[in-house]
Design a protein around this ligand. Structure first.
Ligand SMILES: NC(=O)c1ccc[n+]([C@@H]2O[C@H](COP(=O)([O-])OP(=O)(O)OC[C@H]3O[C@@H](n4cnc5c(N)ncnc54)[C@H](O)[C@@H]3O)[C@@H](O)[C@H]2O)c1
Length: 285
């Protein structure tokens, strides 16, 4: 595997991919971002430039460093432009078939020693890797949203990942200033495997204990030391995103606690998605 990661490809510059690309350029790594249209790519680069400007305004980054970081973002719509990358991080739509097709294509385009990483939250890294004939170079790098701010990255070992690819991904997580943790490829990996059923329990308790949303949040903050209440957290994550993740875990593990509570499904169907829609457990301006 590539011994040093000098150039990174990021495929899909949405919420996660743009954040990951920002981390890479801030760490001094040349980064090629691939989107489906040039307009989407430009929008992502504008978002990266905007966040880096805010860091300058807050005194967290020098103007020259900001300009150099923005200049390290190259954009393309052509996957072939990722041929020279030492590592490619995939952050496209959370569906198995498009990810498998992408990895098969990346295998054809990239050097044999290029590490191929997926940022999937709920799909099997092993199944994504199985679409290639070199699954040893495929690993999971699961960043948390928003990637530039959340310190954790889960480095996921698929069934056939080679130590060299796994170690390279771990070292790169450190280079990005993250706190990487190692785990195997199991549904939900580490944090979501614990957090998703826990948040579902919190929502079930709302009805069982007839506690108000505000009191439940206060209970978990002041009695369990949570930095924010479960309902605040669900509004931040997005009710639809959480329901989708719960359904994925339920489908794989068949544990009742994984299934989304009816109350959350109803909220998702009604467009009460949390902060992003202005209404969830709370109302936002
Ligand atoms: N949003 C989160 O909280 C979160 C957290 C951790 C991991 N993830 C995972 O990260 C991945 C991306 O999620 P997101 O929230 O950034 O989604 P998003 O919808 O914001 O972004 C996906 C982007 O990929 C682009 N895209 C789709 N197909 C493409 C292709 N073939 N080539 C290039 N670009 C393509 C889309 O145009 C879009 O901009 C998913 O696998 C998701 O499960 C999401």
């Amino acid at each position: 595997m590539a011994s040093e990661i000098r150039t990174v490809g990021v495929v899909g510059l949405g919420a996660m991919g743009a954040g990951i690309a920002q981390l890479c350029v801030e760490a001094g790594v040349e980064t090629v971002g691939r989107e489906v249209t040039a307009e989407l790519g430009e929008k992502a680069r504008d978002r990266i430039a905007h966040f880096l400007t805010r860091k300058v305004e807050k005194g967290q980054l020098g103007q020259d460093a900001r300009d150099a970081a923005v200049a390290r973002v190259a954009l393309t719509t052509d996957l072939a432009d990722l041929a020279g990358c030492d590592l490619v991080i995939e952050a496209i739509v959370e569906e198995l078939v498009p990810k498998q097709e992408l990895f098969a294509e990346l295998e054809r385009i990239c050097r044999p020693d290029t590490v191929l990483a997926t940022n999937t939250s709920a799909l099997s890294v092993t199944e994504i890797a199985s679409a290639t004939s070199s699954p040893e170079r495929v690993v999971g790098m699961h960043f948390f949203n928003p990637a530039p701010l959340m310190p954790l990255v889960e480095i996921v070992r698929a069934e056939r990942s080679a130590d060299a690819a796994f170690d390279a991904a771990y070292a790169f997580g450190e280079k990005l200033g993250k706190h990487p943790i190692r785990c195997h490829d199991t549904p939900g990996f580490v944090v979501n495997r614990v957090l998703i059923p826990l948040l579902n329990d919190c929502v079930r308790v709302l009805d069982e204990a007839r506690v108000t949303v505000e009191d439940l949040d206060a209970g978990m903050k002041h009695g369990a030391g949570w930095p924010m209440g479960p309902c605040e957290l669900l509004d931040l994550v997005g009710i639809d995103v959480h329901v989708h993740a719960s359904e994925a875990l339920w489908a794989k593990l068949r544990e009742p606690r994984m299934a989304a509570p009816a109350r959350l499904v109803a909220m998702a169907n009604a467009g009460l998605l949390g902060r992003k829609s202005g209404h969830g457990f709370y109302t936002y301006e």
